[in-house]
Design a protein around this ligand. Structure first.
Ligand code: S3P
Ligand code: PEP
Length: 425
C-alpha cells in the first residue's frame, strides 16, 4: 500500500466537464462467471480492467476457463466442469463479487478450492454463501468459522433444489447462487428469509444477465427466485460504463456547480448507479438526457437530503461527501450492511466527515450528517475505493485536502486520480 498523500484538486469555480467511464464492475464480473459456465466461447466488449475484474478472471482461469485479453475485448472459453482439477487456490483480494461468487462456482468442479484474500477480506461476512453451500450438500473446511480463508470440496455436481438463506448482510449471497444454479442438476428454488434484503438492483442485474443467456428464471414473489436447470448460452456482451463510478464525478459537479456531461449513459440498465439521476435531483440539480449522454447542471449548493440508500448502498460514500457540503443536515438510511463492505463505511464516513468539520451521528442503519465550517484535512481511505472518491469530492471544496492511498481506487477504476485531475482542471 502506498503511504504517499495525494493532493486532491481544489475547484472553487463551477465546472464544465465531460467524462467517459470505464466498464461496470458488477456487469464485467457477472459476464465472466456466466461465460465460464456457458455452452461455448463468449466475448466481452469493453470490460472493466481493474483489480476486481483481474481477480475474477484469474479465479475462473484457475478453475479451467480460458481467458484471452486484448485492449477492447476479452474472449472466454468455458471451463470443462467434469474434468478433475485437484487443488486450486484463489485470491479474492477485497472483491465481494469474487469471495461470494467463486465459492459457488467452485462447488461445480471436481476440485478442492481454497480461497483467501486481503486482511480486511477475512473480516467481511461470508455466512450466507457458506450456509448455502452446506445446505446444498457441499463439503467445506472453515478453520476460521464463517470467514475467509476456507476450502470448498467440489465433487463435480450439485443437485440443487429448494434452499432458504439469509442475505441480510449482502445481496451477493443471492446473486452467487442464481448465477451458478442453471448448472445444478435440478436448478434452484431460492428464498431469502431475514430482516432486510439489500441491493435489490444488483439481484435484478443477475436475473437480467441470466435471461440474456437463455436461462429461465422466475421471481414468483418477493425474495424468492426459481432458476431452471439448463444451458447458459454463450453471449457477446457489451459492458456498460460503470454508473456507480460515474457518481464520483456527479458528486463533484454537485459541490462545484456548473455542468457535467457523462457520455454513454445507458437508456435501460439494471445498474445501481442509475439511481444517481434521482439522487442528483434530490440534491437540487437538473438532470437531462442529451442523445447518448446524461447532462447534470448544478448550483454548487446542494440541498440537505433524507434518502434510503438500502438498494444502492455502494453509492453512499460519495452521497455522504456531497451531504457534508450541503446547505443543511442530511439523513442516510437503510445501509446497516455497509459495515461489512470494503471497510465499515458507516464508521469510516463518520470519522472522515468529522475531520472536515461536520457533526455526524452514527445509527444502526446509517448516518446523520450536519455540515459545519469546512476545513481541509488529510483523509484516510481504509483500502476502500469509494472512500477515496468521497475524499476527492471533499477536496474540490476544501483547499489543501490530501488523501491517503488514492491508488486503492484501482479496485474498480485504475487511473481514477489522473481522470479526476483532468475533470477538475
Ligand atoms: O453484486 C454486486 O455486483 C454488488 C452487490 C452489492 O453488494 P451488497 O449487497 O453486499 O451491498 C454492491 O454493494 C457491490 O458493490 C456489488
Ligand atoms: C461494496 C462494494 O464492493 P464489493 O463488490 O467488494 O462488495 C463496492 O464496490 O462498493
Amino acid at each position: 500500500m502506498s503511504t504517499q498523500l495525494w493532493s486532491a484538486p481544489y475547484r472553487p469555480e463551477p465546472l464544465d466537464a465531460a467524462v467517459s467511464l470505464p466498464g461496470s464492475k458488477s456487469q464485467t464480473n457477472r459476464a465472466l462467471v456466466l461465460a465460464a459456465l456457458a455452452d461455448g466461447p463468449s466475448r466481452l466488449h469493453r470490460p472493466l480492467v481493474s483489480r476486481d475484474a483481474d481477480l475474477m478472471a484469474d479465479a475462473l482461469a484457475a478453475l479451467g476457463a480460458g481467458i484471452v485479453r486484448d485492449a477492447e475485448h476479452w474472449t472466454v472459453t468455458p471451463a470443462p466442469l467434469g474434468q478433475p482439477l485437484g487443488a486450486v487456490t484463489i485470491d479474492c483480494g477485497l472483491a465481494g463479487t469474487v469471495m461470494r461468487f467463486v465459492p459457488a462456482v467452485a462447488a461445480l468442479f471436481d476440485a478442492t478450492t481454497t480461497l483467501d484474500g486481503d486482511p480486511r477480506a477475512r473480516e467481511r461476512p461470508m455466512g450466507g454463501t457458506l450456509d448455502a453451500l452446506r445446505g446444498l450438500g457441499v463439503a467445506l473446511d472453515t478453520p476460521q468459522g464463517d470467514r475467509l480463508p476456507f476450502a470448498v470440496h467440489g465433487t463435480g455436481t450439485v443437485a440443487g433444489g429448494p434452499l432458504t438463506i439469509d442475505a441480510s448482510e449482502s445481496s451477493q449471497f443471492v446473486s452467487a447462487l442464481l448465477l451458478v444454479a442453471p448448472r445444478f442438476a435440478d436448478g434452484l428454488d431460492l428464498r431469502h428469509a431475514g430482516e432486510r434484503m439489500p441491493s435489490l438492483p444488483h439481484v435484478a442485474m443477475t436475473l437480467d444477465e441470466l435471461r440474456r443467456r437463455g436461462v429461465e428464471v422466475e421471481e414468483p414473489e418477493p425474495a424468492r427466485w426459481i432458476v431452471r436447470p439448463g444451458a447458459v448460452r454463450a453471449l457477446d456482451a457489451e459492458i456498460e460504463p460503470d454508473l456507480s463510478n460515474a457518481g464520483a464525478f456527479l458528486g463533484g459537479v454537485l459541490v462545484t456547480g456548473g455542468r457535467l456531461r457523462v457520455r454513454h449513459w445507458p437508456t435501460r440498465t439494471t445498474q445501481a448507479g442509475d439511481r444517481w439521476r434521482s439522487i442528483a435531483v434530490s440534491f437540487g440539480a437538473a438532470v437531462e438526457r442529451d442523445g447518448d449522454d446524461l447532462v447534470v447542471t448544478a448550483t454548487g449548493v446542494p440541498r440537505g437530503v433524507d434518502l434510503d440508500l438500502g438498494d444502492v448502498g455502494e453509492l453512499t460514500p460519495v452521497v455522504a461527501a456531497v451531504a457534508a457540503l450541503a446547505d443543511g443536515p442530511s439523513r442516510l438510511r437503510g445501509i446497516g450492511h455497509l459495515r461489512g463492505h470494503e471497510t465499515d463505511r458507516i464508521a469510516a464516513l463518520a470519522t472522515e466527515l468529522r475531520r472536515v468539520g461536520c457533526t455526524v451521528d452514527e445509527h444502526d442503519d446509517g448516518l446523520t450528517i450536519v455540515p459545519g465550517p469546512l476545513r481541509s484535512a488529510d483523509l484516510e481511505t481504509y483500502a476502500d475505493h469509494r472512500m477515496a472518491h468521497a475524499a476527492a469530492v471533499l477536496g474540490l471544496a476544501a483547499k489543501g485536502t490530501r488523501v491517503h492511498d488514492v491508488e486503492t481506487t484501482a479496485k474498480t477504476y485504475p487511473g481514477f486520480a489522473d481522470d479526476w485531475e483532468r475533470f477538475a482542471s
